[in-house]
Write a protein that binds this ligand. Structure first.
Ligand code: FAD
Length: 447
């Protein structure tokens, strides 16, 4: 296979910084290095930066994919010392200080570095049952969200065509596994769809009779939130018609159903659409670095980085975001990745300028957590203060719009949100094709 080193990298004599991953963490590294005399290469296997917190809105037809997935090149266009490379990293040679990656045409490239930041993120964990992913897909990429949108809307189309009550009920049952923020948000939106958006559009089925089940092996919804907010969220979900089943673990799933275990025993819920929103598994890049450096990982495969996010025994190598764990066990949220990205970018800038002192450890500033429950309802906790209902919802909207990249995307999102509030039945992004509906029937092949 042909190997090449991109031409500009060979010519430059400036220190080379390679950043693997153009997510929340990686982009912040590039931004923090914008005014430093270095050459930054931002390599990602997709050409876009993804705003994962709004994926569920794509999956339920509120937003179009483009608004939450701007081109990575566009995101770093003002960082003149940063270039982006579309390639999948599969090897890191710490001795030669080279990152190896494959381009979309399977061309092998080598990216030499003086400093390396790995920010490959994480995905859902199926707790040793990876085969479940084909029947209960998760939501991590923009493709995942589009596939889910096809499954969800396709299920209603097939329910409309069904001639048998049992079959119709299977299409109209939606099970969400995992009652963290993502699970709660998707379950809430599924309820909105069924009760308020779709009813007038169907002739043979009453979409309000759709069954939405949110299950979790733990004892509460939204585990990281204050108990008061957990109780509020559960009450709101139940008022919206979501069946919340706690202390209930998924034990098996196939195309037609999901098996669960609770104190009441084993049960099989017949449901064509299952959505996985549980567990965390670090990017395989974490295992690669752990093996190369002897750095320990936790049960989710996250690298135990040092207090300055560096990798012990690999000078100039840092790892940040969802794929790492720190002594203070920070949550896997965007704020942590962003703050670590800025911190590491500044640290590299200091080193390039000759600073050899021991760095001040990374300190996370918790700016609060929030989750939506459905239209006009959310919970938020900011510095010990808890907020619920419409006020929390407005706060959630403000924060999420402001963190989107680009004013065009912010305005587009605001427009779609206003439209979905004002004309609940006119949710704008429900486009699926015949194959979308077929995917519900043929879930194993489609995944
Ligand atoms: C559905 C969902 C909802 C969420 N909601 C919230 C929320 O409301 N609030 C919140 O704070 N957090 C939320 N999160 C978590 C938040 O998105 C993550 O904490 C954050 O994205 C972590 O940033 P990161 O840079 O570590 O990884 P990511 O943002 O995941 O970026 C990783 C990047 O690395 C790239 N990559 C991976 N492997 C390779 C490779 N081998 N070669 C090249 N590129 C590679 C990926 O393509 C990706 O672009 C949510 C996550 C999900 C999945």
């Amino acid at each position: 296979m042909h190997k090449s080193t991109p031409r500009r990298a060979q010519e430059s004599h400036r220190p080379k910084v390679v950043v693997v991953g153009g997510g929340f963490g990686g982009v912040r590294v590039a931004k923090a290095l914008a005014r430093t005399d270095v050459e930054v290469t931002l390599v990602d296997r997709t050409n876009h930066h993804l705003f994962q917190p709004l994926l569920y809105q794509v999956a339920t037809g509120i937003l179009p994919p483009g608004l939450i997935a701007p081109a990575l090149r566009r995101v770093v266009r003002k960082e003149r010392n940063t270039r982006t490379v579309l390639a999948e990293v599969h090897d890191i040679d710490l001795e030669r200080k080279v990152v190896r990656a494959a381009t979309p045409t399977a061309q092998e490239i080598e990216l030499p570095y003086d400093y390396l930041v790995v920010a490959g993120g994480a995905t859902h964990a199926y707790f040793g049952h990876q085969q479940w992913s084909q029947f209960a897909p998760g939501m991590k990429t923009i493709e995942d969200a589009r596939t889910l949108r096809s499954h969800i809307l396709g299920a209603y189309e097939l329910a409309e065509l069904a001639t048998d009550d049992t079959e119709r009920a299977a299409y109209l049952t939606f099970v969400v596994v995992g009652a963290g923020p993502t699970g709660v948000e998707i379950a809430g939106q599924l309820a909105e769809l069924a009760r308020h958006v779709l009813p007038e559009d169907y002739r043979s089925i009453d979409t309000r009779r759709a069954k939405i089940v949110l299950l979790d092996a733990g004892p509460s919804v939204l585990p990281p939130f204050a108990p008061k907010l957990q109780r509020y969220t559960r009450r709101r979900l139940e008022a919206m018609g979501v069946e919340v089943r706690l202390n209930t673990a998924a034990t098996d799933t196939d195309a037609e159903s999901i098996a669960v275990r609770s104190s009441a025993g084993q049960e099989r819920i017949v449901a064509r659409t299952k959505i996985w929103a549980a567990g965390v598994q670090a990017s395989p890049l974490a295992a690669m670095l752990a093996k190369a450096t002897g750095t320990p990982t936790d049960r989710a495969g996250r690298l135990a980085v040092g207090p300055d996010c560096s990798l012990p025994g690999a000078d100039g190598v840092y790892a940040i975001g969802d794929m790492v764990t720190t002594a203070d066990r920070l949550p896997g949220v965007a704020q942590v990745a962003m703050q670590q990205g800025t911190y590491v970018g500044k640290r590299i800038a200091d080193r390039v300028k000759g600073d050899t002192s021991t760095p001040t450890p990374f300190r996370y500033v918790d700016k609060g957590s929030m989750a939506t429950i459905g239209a006009r309802q959310a919970v938020a906790q900011v510095r010990g203060v808890t907020i619920t209902g419409y006020l929390a919802y407005l706060l959630w909207r403000y924060v999420h719009v402001m963190f989107l990249v680009g004013w065009g995307n912010r305005l587009g999102t605001l427009y779609d949100w206003l439209r979905s509030l004002r004309h609940a039945r006119n949710r704008g992004h429900r486009l699926i094709g015949l194959t979308g509906a077929q995917a519900v029937e043929e879930m194993p092949q489609a995944a």
